[in-house]
Design a binder for this molecule. Structure first.
Ligand code: FAD
Ligand code: NAI
Length: 490
């Protein structure tokens, strides 16, 4: 029995186990068990949002203990780490979303889901206002919901720093429709550049793809665009592909400020090899229809013509969050978002909890933090139920059992604060290379290259929401390798 035979056997077994597990997961999703109904004797938690924070909370919350209502303007969870891949068709957007009802249908008690936007929170009366902001509206499109506890996981919106023209002419990269818009606009620029008689200056402008912001979003988009250019556009547009230029503009002295120096250097040199120009210490001051105005390191202003502009300069609070902060002028003074205590309770309120990008904590606004906070909060809610039950029992139990119950109550009252466990940072940099800063003992290890990309892929596959997502993304990757990416516009 050779090592080779053992290896082949292990691979076969692994494949069968993977397919079997995927099939079982998908079958389970299609055939959930019966659910109990709303119970007026239980407290009601209203959850805002269906992103990383809220979804992780929903997955873990015990609906035997609470009634749960979800309000979100999008009825699905989006796996954001693979969104940059959707801008060029490496992965299909449908492969990385999962309807929120897939989670709620599997809870022991029926969860109400409303596709709506929360437009107002009234903390005094514990009521929220919700509005149907979708295209199709019925005769009623506004309503109110009462809560005992409110969990705010509405994330953040794109930061523009109020720079003129960004909203009007820039493309963001946060939601499914942003990726679709970028993909369409990119192909439109290329097709328009091929229009007969287009002047050389106009071709140059149309084929100048500009990205503002050298954080992980901007870097990953530039990397995906480079791959699309090399793998597909060069074949389909042989006359134009050589003229396509990618430029990234970053206000700081280097890109990826959150990564180690070694990985910043690696990314910058990889971009150089890929002919992606990086302008550091360069700040965009204004965006016009066909050009951006930047301030150079020496203080001079320069206009750069562009065809496609992707704006990725981070997050700012949503209007709903700013309104809520104004209702707590004394305790809500953080600039980045909602201030919460170590138990994720909103400073100034006993019944509101907040998590993820909507909050201003010492942690970076990442999916990792949001997901861990969601899981933690669900555990906290469970412990709060245990504590409340024990509290009511202590008064009624016979004298001889009271001391034991009181000890248990003391333990249940000891609510542990949230503690974040960093699992590392990953970023794709193009040409099948990724970078990773991974925690190791008291420090961290940095790695970059093709092997790190293999790790990047396996990490994302294992973190995807469901077996359905995993099989679709793997299929998309295979499809891209065999058939190439689709260049048609939607
Ligand atoms: P979100 O996931 O943004 O969810 C917010 C939810 O609230 C949405 O469902 C939204 O529809 C809903 N909502 C909005 N307004 C309202 C309202 N008024 N009422 C009710 N609901 C509302 N992080 C990582 O750790 N690793 C990565 O690789 C990574 N890659 C990323 C790639 C991209 C392109 C982007 C944009 C981000 C990436 N992030 C990554 C960051 C990560 O996506 C965010 O930190 C994370 O999504 C925050 O989770 P959240 O639940 O707070 O907000
Ligand atoms: P970011 O905040 O990380 O980076 C934005 C960059 O834009 C900054 O470097 C800033 O200096 C620059 N900038 C701001 N204004 C500018 C201007 N006027 N001109 C030029 N440059 C300007 O934002 P990003 O990339 O959108 O990420 C948001 C969050 O999501 C971060 O916490 C990030 O870690 C996380 N994320 C993580 C990913 C990963 O782990 N692979 C991928 C994408 C996002």
């Amino acid at each position: 029995f050779s090592k080779w035979a053992f290896f082949k056997g292990a691979v076969k077994f692994g494949t069968v186990a993977f397919i079997g597990y995927g099939a079982y997961e998908m079958y389970e999703h299609r055939h959930p068990t019966a659910q109990t109904e709303y119970d007026p004797s239980k407290k009601t938690i209203v959850v805002l949002g269906s992103g990383w924070a809220s979804t992780s909370f929903l997955k873990a919350v015990d609906t035997d203990e609470y009634n749960v209502v979800v309000v979100s303007p999008r009825n699905y969870f989006l796996f954001t780490p693979l969104l940059p891949s959707c801008t060029v068709g490496t992965v299909d957007v449908r492969s990385i979303v999962e309807p929120i009802r897939f989670i709620t249908r599997h809870k022991s008690r029926a969860v109400k889901v409303y596709e709506a936007e929360c437009t107002d929170i009234d903390p005094d009366n514990k009521v929220i206002t919700i509005v149907d902001n979708s295209d199709v509206k019925g005769t009623k499109d506004e309503s109110t919901i009462s809560y005992d506890y409110l969990v705010i996981g509405v994330g953040a919106q794109n930061q523009t720093f109020g720079i003129k023209g960004v909203q009007e002419y820039g493309c963001f990269l946060k939601e499914v429709w942003d990726a679709q818009k970028i993909r369409n606009k990119l192909m439109d620029c290329i097709e328009t550049a091929g229009f007969p008689g287009q002047s050389p200056e106009e071709v140059e402008r149309l084929l100048h793809m500009t990205i503002v912001g050298g954080g992980p979003s901007g870097i990953e988009y530039a990397a995906e665009l480079h791959d699309f250019l090399m793998d597909d556009l060069s074949t389909w547009y042989p006359d134009l592909a050589g003229k396509i230029k990618i430029t990234l503009v970053e206000a700081l002295p280097n890109v990826l400020p959150a990564f180690s120096k070694q990985l910043i250097d690696y990314t910058e040199s990889t971009f150089k090899e890929q002919n992606i120009t990086i302008h550091t210490k360069t700040m965009v001051k204004e965006v016009r229809e066909k050009e951006i105005v930047v301030q150079r390191p020496d203080g001079s202003n320069e206009s750069i013509p562009y065809g496609l502009l992707v704006w990725a300069t981070g997050n700012t609070s949503r209007p709903l969050i700013r309104d809520l902060m104004n209702k707590f002028p004394e305790s809500q003074t953080a600039r980045r978002g909602l201030a919460v205590d170590d138990w994720l309770r909103l400073e100034g309120s006993e019944s509101i909890f907040a998590l993820g990008d909507a909050t201003a904590t010492k942690y970076a606004p990442t999916a990792q933090v949001a997901a861990q906070q969601g899981k933690y909060l669900a555990r906290l809610f469970h412990q709060m139920t245990v504590r409340d039950q024990l509290e009511s029992q202590v008064a009624t139990v016979p004298e001889e059992e009271r001391a034991k119950k009181e000890r248990k109550l003391q333990k249940a009252k000891d609510l542990k604060p949230f503690q974040y466990s960093h699992q590392g940072s990953l970023c794709y940099v193009g040409s099948d290379k990724a970078i990773a800063d991974l925690p190791f003992g008291p420090g961290s290890v940095s790695s970059g290259g093709v092997m790190t990309y293999a790790f990047w892929r396996s990490a994302y596959i294992s973190n995807l929401f469901s077996g359905r997502n995993r099989s679709l993304v793997i299929t998309d990757w295979l499809k891209k390798n065999i058939l190439g990416r689709d260049i048609s516009r939607e």
